[in-house]
Design a protein around this ligand. Structure first.
Ligand code: G4P
Length: 281
């Protein structure tokens, strides 16, 4: 077994993903960057500003229903300041009204539209696309914005389809396929957190090591919640397997099944509402 929960990455994939993203970005006035609110910094692409080349971006802290809203509020100002971009909190799974997103995007696009009109061009709808790491909720947001069932919802990254613009209203067109930001490779801590939220292919890591890492990080901040949830005194996979009496036919505790349970419980928000990044000042 591997000694640490190292997340494997593939430089060729990253270069290709960046290239594809750049082609789409060239077509847009504004970009919506979707982050997972449980790991706001770890799900932000460190190269995004270079990639955008000065284009305005709106940041969405999505999956806010899986976080403590009070704790999340503390992140908003810090992210606004460090990114110099507006930030909205969203829950694309349950919310019906994403109108504040449209309003903010139009505000951000207006200077570019005005600049073109000043050159004598006719007014045209602003163009926006949604970008983010896998599984942060990009397709769900596109679906809600387009109010149609055209966009397939799923956790699989990298599904390419023909690009198509969808008219949201007379002033706004949305690219119907999201831009997938490749996993960051330089920061193993961030990569491990991305594995917690199912943003990394399962082939890139060892389930048991990542699940134990999750328990360690959660217990440093939320120990009482976790002990209460798993009804164990020690927060490790072995204790949880034993407390559930999950024993394999060879009489060994079923650690793999327990690891899958812990990751699923966290991803489904069953253990509680958590934020795993620390605020940067
Ligand atoms: P992606 O395009 O960025 O890869 O993400 P996608 O929209 O496919 O969403 C990935 C998963 O996250 C989906 O769950 C989706 O329902 C869920 N999701 C998206 N936004 C939110 C949110 O704000 N809160 C919560 N709790 N979940 C969200 P799934 O398990 O793949 O499908 P299902 O849950 O819809 O059955």
């Amino acid at each position: 077994m591997k000694k640490d929960s190292h997340i494997h990455w593939y430089p060729g994939h990253i270069a290709k993903a960046e290239r594809q993203l750049k082609e789409k970005l060239n077509l847009c006035d504004v970009v919506i960057e979707v982050l997972d609110a449980r790991i706001p910094y770890s799900s932000m692409y460190n190269n995004i500003e270079t990639l955008l080349g000065g284009k305005p971006r709106l940041i969405l802290l999505n999956k806010s229903d899986l976080t403590d809203r009070h704790e999340l509020n503390l992140f908003i100002d810090s992210i606004k300041q460090s990114s110099n971009s507006p930030v909205l909190v969203t829950d694309a799974k349950n919310s019906k009204d994403l109108a504040p997103i449209v309003k903010k995007v139009l505000e951000l696009a207006e200077p570019r539209i005005q600049a073109q009109m000043a050159k004598g061009l006719l007014r045209r709808p602003a163009r926006v696309m949604v970008v983010g790491m896998p599984n942060v909720g990009k397709s769900s947001i596109i679906n809600k914005l387009t109010k149609s069932s055209k966009t397939k919802i799923g956790a699989k990254a990298g599904v390419t389809r023909q690009q198509q613009w969808v008219r949201i209203n007379k002033d706004l067109d949305l690219l119907d396929t999201p831009g997938i930001i490749p996993m960051r490779q330089d920061d193993q801590e961030a990569a491990t957190k991305l594995a917690f939220v199912n943003s990394v292919s399962e082939n890139a890591y060892d389930n048991q090591l990542v699940a134990q890492d999750l328990l360690n990080i959660l217990s440093s901040k939320y120990e009482p919640n976790l002990k209460e949830y798993y009804k164990t005194e020690t927060l490790d996979l072995l204790s949880i397997a034993n407390s559930r009496n999950w024993i394999k036919s060879n009489a060994e505790p079923d650690i793999e099944r327990t690891a899958s349970l812990v990751l699923k419980d966290f991803r489904d928000g069953k253990m509680g509402r958590f934020i795993l990044d620390e605020i940067k000042n």
